[in-house]
Each structure stands twice: as structure tokens, then as C-alpha cells.
Design a binder for this molecule. Structure first.
Ligand SMILES: O=C(O)[C@H](O)[C@@H](O)[C@@H](O)[C@H](O)CO
Ligand SMILES: [Mg+2]
Length: 382
């Protein structure tokens, strides 16, 4: 079999799908994207196609190594997201060619279902209680919300109290009947992370995500030494070579590689296994579309240390399209009691409505993340 064509579709809300065609008529789909830099990743995908066209898609490991090591400059968000989407599509092709779901190619199921969690509250946590109530009604009991709004490197008690108050209201309303992660979203700088985490401890969040930016990862073990709360990170780390450093340094209780940013299924299965060796949980990051989610689920179903899965149904970013809008087999993503079942169709197990993808790709806008500024006009982390 030979790869014959790569086609990318930038799509609302902020996604990109990749279709890889072969000379035997088998087609694979993947989701290479960096939110806010879709065109950069698209260019990277097409740069890789110079080599990929004419190659045997079955040789995923060799193609991955060529894409990674074949360039003198490697790694980083753009290139690793391009590799990720191509890798997902290659696994989709292999599964379809052999008539089995990707998880079978990776050794089979290690569990029967995986817990999903859902975002509430938006960029600036609001209507959180109502949001949780609605999602509980459809079976969710685990949620994630932004831990705070902008927070200065050194900030005041009112900001800390506002963040704590949101969390106190959640516990007041639901007690220990629900769990929630707090995503500091890289908005908090090291001095305030220590303060904020300490004030949040009494409310027992399930985890604290990105308490500081990935480029400040040396603080993860220091923050972990001061708190019993599990610390999670990984969405802005892009290969085993980045994850090995945080695993060696310690401090992370949960790794959150993104299947569309960290080199795809081939790389994230290895990252999952590295985490297991350090007794660290896996919770793949996934605020994206159905192909990214499917790739996450296949890794979850073969990784014993997978604990819960992020998914974007109802996420505040999905303006203009919802998680399953482009999927024909929506029922395969159905959840029961807040848990996903395995995707059992061949390949990734996602049937894409290509006609709709082509049509909607005409309306794709260039999503950009908000640019936040402090009152003094300096740039704040979003
Ligand atoms: O945990 C999450 O889902 C992420 O922090 C998410 O909010 C960001 O990755 C966002 O998609 C960036 O544009
Ligand atoms: Mg996050």
C-alpha cells in the first residue's frame, strides 16, 4: 500500500482534520492542530507530505522516526502536532486495513470503560453551579474549571478570595458527591501558586492543573512538596524527551499529554508507559475534536494508569461546532454514567462526514486565543 495524498481541512470551531489517502482506497483521518496556530501546523503537515507520499503507511514507527529525526530542528508545539495528526491517520489506516480497532493493535483492552470529565464555567469561572447541575443530570460526576482569572506575579487577597469562593460554593452545593480539577491554565506565577494552592486545600480539588507554566516545570516538585493536592500537567509538553524530565524531577501526580500535540498515538503510548513506571496517572488532555478524542480513548483503553478523559462536549471554545458535529457514528461516543465505552470500529473507530467537513471548511475562521492584559497594560497569561 502507498500513501497518495494528504488533505487538510481547517474547521469551526478551531480544529483541523487531516485525510490521508492510499492507492488501495483505504483512507485515514487525524486531527493535527495547535489551537490558534492551525495554519502553521497545516504548513508543517504539507512539508512532511513531501516525504510521506509514496511511502508504505503500515510502517508507522519508521515514518514517525523520519518525521521526528529527519529534521535537524525538531520537537515543539507545531511540528509535534503535525506529526501527531499524521500518526493518528496512519493508525486509522492500519486498523482499517486489518479490520480491527487501534486498541487491538496496541495489545487489547485493559479496562471496560473510562471516566470522562467535563468543563464548566468558561474562561472566567461563572455559572459553575448551574453548569455542574446540568452535567450531573446527564451522568457526569467529574468536572474541570479554570482556577482563577488573571493573577499578577504578586496579587492581592481579594483575587485569592474570589478564586477560593468559587470553589467553596461548589463544595457547599454538592459536598463530596462530585469531584473537580482546577486548571490554573498557566495564569498563575510561582509566588502566587504557593499562596493559592494553600488556600484551596480545604476544598479538596481532585487535582491542580498547570499550577505554573510548563516552562516553569522546575516548580512542580517544589509545589508538590508543599501540598497534598495532586498536581497535573502535560498539555504543553510535546515528546517523551520533555516528559522524562518532569518524571525524573517528580512532583506530577497526573500526566496530561495531548494526543494532537505530543506526537500522536505512537508517542503518547510511550509517554503513558513512562508515567506508569513512575506510578504517575495518565489523563490525556483533549479540548479538541472527535479524532483527537478517539486517539485519546484508544490510549486510555490500553494504559492501566489512565484515570479519566477530558472531552470537549459543551466546552466554552466550541463556538460554531460541537464535538460530534462532523461524526456519522455519534452513538459510538455515547456515554453511560459519565463513562466512555471503547470505540470498536476498525481504525480510530470514527466515521467522518466528509461532505460536511468539505462544506464547513469553507467557513473556517482563524481562531486565536484571547490576549489578556493586566490593568497596568502589561500582558497577562490567558
Ligand atoms: O485543560 C484544557 O483543556 C486546556 O487548558 C485548554 O483550555 C487549552 O488547551 C486551550 O484549548 C488552549 O487554546
Ligand atoms: Mg489545561
Amino acid at each position: 500500500m502507498k500513501i497518495t495524498k494528504l488533505t487538510t481541512y481547517r474547521l469551526p470551531p478551531r480544529w483541523m482534520f487531516l485525510k490521508i489517502e492510499t492507492d488501495e482506497g483505504i483512507v485515514g483521518w487525524g486531527e493535527p492542530v495547535i489551537e490558534g496556530r492551525a495554519r502553521s501546523v497545516e504548513a508543517a503537515v504539507h512539508e512532511f507530505s513531501d516525504y510521506l507520499i509514496g511511502q508504505d503507511p503500515a510502517r508507522i514507527n519508521d515514518l514517525w522516526q523520519v518525521m521526528y529525526r529527519g529534521g535537524f530542528y525538531r520537537g515543539g508545539a507545531i511540528l509535534m502536532s503535525a506529526i501527531a495528526g499524521i500518526d493518528q491517520a496512519l493508525w486509522d489506516i492500519k486498523g482499517k486495513a486489518l479490520g480491527v480497532p487501534v486498541y487491538q493493535l496496541l495489545g487489547g483492552l485493559v479496562r471496560d470503560n473510562i471516566k470522562a470529565y467535563s468543563w464548566v464555567g468558561g474562561d472566567r469561572p461563572a455559572e459553575v453551579i448551574e453548569g455542574i447541575r446540568k452535567l450531573r443530570a446527564i451522568g457526569f460526576d467529574t468536572f474541570k474549571l479554570n482556577g482563577c482569572e488573571e493573577l499578577g506575579i504578586i496579587d492581592n487577597s481579594r483575587k485569592i478570595d474570589a478564586a477560593v469562593n468559587t470553589v467553596a460554593q461548589i463544595r457547599e452545593a454538592f459536598g463530596n458527591q462530585i469531584e473537580f480539577g482546577l486548571d490554573f491554565h498557566g495564569r498563575v506565577h510561582a509566588p502566587m501558586a504557593k499562596v493559592l494552592i494553600k488556600e484551596l486545600e480545604p476544598y479538596r480539588p481532585l487535582f491542580i492543573e498547570e499550577p505554573v507554566l510548563a516552562e516553569q516545570a522546575e516548580y512542580y516538585p517544589r509545589l508538590a512538596a508543599q501540598t497534598h493536592l495532586p498536581i497535573a500537567a502535560g498539555e504543553r509538553m510535546y515528546s517523551r524527551f520533555e516528559f522524562k524530565r518532569v518524571l525524573d524531577a517528580g512532583g506530577l501526580a497526573i500526566l496530561q499529554p495531548d494526543l494532537s500535540h505530543a506526537g500522536g498515538i505512537t508517542e503518547c503510548v510511550k509517554i503513558a508507559s513512562m508515567a506508569e513506571a513512575y506510578d504517575v496517572a495518565l489523563a490525556p488532555h483533549c479540548p479538541l475534536g472527535p479524532l483527537a478524542l478517539a486517539a485519546c480513548l484508544h490510549v486510555d483503553f490500553v494504559s492501566r494508569n489512565a484515570v479519566f478523559q477530558e472531552q470537549s462536549m459543551g466546552i466554552h471554545y466550541n463556538k460554531g461546532a460541537e464535538l460530534l458535529d462532523y461524526v456519522v457514528n455519534k452513538e459510538d461516543f455515547s456515554m453511560s454514567n459519565g463513562h466512555f465505552a471503547p470505540l470498536n470500529k476498525p481504525g480510530l473507530g470514527v466515521e467522518i462526514n466528509e461532505q460536511l467537513v468539505i462544506e464547513r471548511s469553507q467557513q473556517a475562521t482563524d481562531w486565536r486565543n484571547p490576549l489578556w492584559r493586566y490593568p497596568d497594560g502589561s500582558v497577562a497569561e490567558w
